[in-house]
Write a protein that binds this ligand. Structure first.
Ligand SMILES: [Zn+2]
Length: 413
C-alpha cells in the first residue's frame, strides 16, 4: 500500500491515490474517499448485482469483525477466506473491529481483551483470538485490536491514558503474531490512534503508533456524538501533524457531509460510508447540493433543504447515531411527497432516479415494502459517492486556481 499525494490544498486537504491495494497490488483508491460499508460483507438491502448497477464504487469493502466473529468455526471449515464465502466481486477487503452504526455497550474491556457484539451476544476477543479470526477471514488490510472506550462524556484522564497504553500494547502483540503468520504475509495493518478528548494523549498515541511498522492509521474515538465538532477538528489537526505524510489516515464513525469536509481540511484521507445506510433506515433520501465552490479561500457545501434538525445529541454519555434527520436529506414518508412525481434528485443517474418518482417511494414506505430500502440504498449510496467525487474535483480546481494566481503574481514581479 502506497499513498501518492498529488496536492495538499486548502490548509490540510490531501488529494491523491492510495495505490498497490490488495494482495496482488492491482487496486487503487482515490483520496479523500470512502470505503464501501457492509454488514457481514453485504451492502444492506442490496445484492451484488443491484450494487453493481452503480458506477465508481470504492475499490475497498469494509467488513466489521463484530458481524462475523461468531462465524469463525464455519469460516475455518470453509478454508477459502471471507471474500469467497460471501461471493464478493473483485474487491479489496478491509476488516475493522466495530460496526460504526451500532454503538457498543460500555464496561466490557479488560487489559487483555476487547468485546464485540454479534447477533448472539457478546464475544470476548484476546489478541490470539483476534489474530486467529484475521487468519480465517484473510482480509487484504485490517485494523489492529484497540481499546476505544473513551467516547463517554465522563471518561477520566486516567481511563483515557489506559486506552492509549492498551491499544499500543495490543498493536505490538498483533504485529508480533502477524509477522509469524504465513497466511497474513502481504496483508496491511493499520495502527489505531486513541486518546479520547485529551490533546496530549492524542499526540502521544499518534507519535507512538507512527513508530511502529504500520501501513496507515485509524483515528478512533472521534465519532459523531462523542464530542463537538470544534474539539474534534482541533484533535485531528494535532494528530495528523504527528503522522507521516505518506501513510493514509482513516477516520472512524464520522459520515455527515459537513463533518467530512471539515475533517478532510484537518488532514483525514478516508471515511467509512455508513451514512447513506442510516439515512435509508429512517426512510429518507439524500438530496443535498454538493456544488463545492472552487473558491481558493473557502470550500463551501450547501445544504439545500429548509429543514435543519441536524445536531449531535450528547445525553447521559450515550451515543445516539440513529433516528436523527439531518439537513442533507428529505423524509419521503412525509405526506407532501404522495403526489410528487419528480425523481429523488433531478439529474441523478442511479437506477432509482432513472425509473421512479418520489410519490412511488412514499407509497413503498407507507406500505412497508422491502423495495423501498433497496431503491433508497441505491440512490443514497450513489449520491454519497458523487459527493466525494465532487469534493476531489473541487480540490483539484482550487489547486489550479491557486497555481494560476501564483504565476500571475510571479509574472507581475
Ligand atoms: Zn438517484
Amino acid at each position: 500500500m502506497k499513498l501518492e499525494l498529488s496536492r495538499v490544498v486548502q490548509g490540510g486537504c490531501r488529494l491523491g491515490v492510495l495505490k498497490g491495494l490488495g494482495r496482488s497490488g492491482q487496486h487503487s483508491l482515490e483520496v479523500p474517499g470512502c470505503l464501501l460499508y457492509t454488514r457481514c460483507g453485504t451492502v444492506p438491502h442490496l445484492t451484488q448485482d443491484t450494487l453493481h448497477t452503480l458506477t465508481n464504487l470504492p475499490s475497498v469493502t469494509q467488513l466489521t469483525l463484530s458481524t462475523i466473529a461468531e462465524h469463525q468455526e464455519v469460516l475455518e471449515d470453509f478454508k477459502d477466506g471471507f471474500r469467497k464465502f460471501a461471493g464478493l466481486h473483485d474487491t479489496v477487503l478491509y476488516c475493522s473491529l466495530h460496526d460504526p452504526v451500532t454503538p457498543c455497550p460500555a464496561g466490557h474491556i479488560t487489559n487483555k481483551t476487547v468485546s464485540v457484539w454479534g447477533s448472539g451476544g457478546r464475544i470476548e476477543l484476546t489478541v490470539a483470538k483476534f489474530m486467529a479470526l484475521q487468519r480465517t477471514v484473510r482480509p487484504d488490510w485490517y485494523q489492529s485490536m484497540a481499546d476505544g472506550e473513551t467516547w463517554q462524556s465522563n471518561t477520566s484522564r486516567k481511563r483515557v491514558r489506559k486506552s492509549v497504553d492498551r491499544t499500543l500494547a495490543h498493536l505490538d502483540e498483533c504485529l508480533l503474531v502477524h509477522h509469524k503468520t504465513q497466511e497474513l504475509q502481504g496483508v496491511a495493518v493499520f495502527g489505531v490512534v486513541e486518546g479520547g478528548d485529551i490533546l496530549e494523549e492524542r499526540v502521544r498515541s499518534a507519535k507512538e503508533t507512527a513508530k511502529r511498522p504500520v501501513a496507515g492509521f485509524c483515528l478512533d474515538g472521534l465519532q459523531t456524538g462523542s464530542m463537538d465538532q470544534a474539539l474534534r477538528i482541533q484533535l485531528i489537526a494535532a494528530v495528523t501533524k504527528e503522522l507521516p505524510e505518506g501513510k493514509p489516515r482513516l477516520l472512524q464513525g464520522v459520515g455527515r457531509p459537513d463533518e467530512v469536509l471539515a475533517c478532510v481540511e484537518a488532514g483525514v484521507d478516508l471515511f467509512e460510508s455508513f451514512f447513506p445506510f442510516q439515512v435509508t433506515e429512517r426512510g429518507c433520501a439524500l438530496c443535498f447540493n454538493f456544488d463545492i465552490t472552487p473558491d481558493p479561500e473557502r470550500a463551501v457545501l450547501e445544504a439545500d433543504e429548509e429543514r435543519d434538525t441536524a445536531g449531535e445529541t450528547h445525553e447521559n454519555g450515550e451515543l445516539n447515531l440513529d433516528d436523527q434527520m439531518t439537513s442533507f436529506e428529505i423524509n419521503l414518508k412525509d405526506k407532501r411527497y404522495q403526489d410528487d412525481f419528480r425523481p429523488l434528485v433531478e439529474g441523478c443517474g442511479c437506477y432509482c432516479c432513472r425509473n421512479h418518482q418520489r410519490a412511488y417511494l412514499h407509497h413503498l414506505l407507507v406500505t412497508n415494502e422491502l423495495l423501498a430500502g433497496v431503491l433508497l440504498m441505491l440512490h443514497n449510496t450513489a449520491h454519497y459517492l458523487a459527493f466525494f467525487g465532487a469534493l476531489r474535483e473541487a480540490l483539484q480546481e482550487i489547486y489550479h486556481i491557486k497555481e494560476a494566481r501564483r504565476s500571475q503574481i510571479e509574472a507581475a514581479l
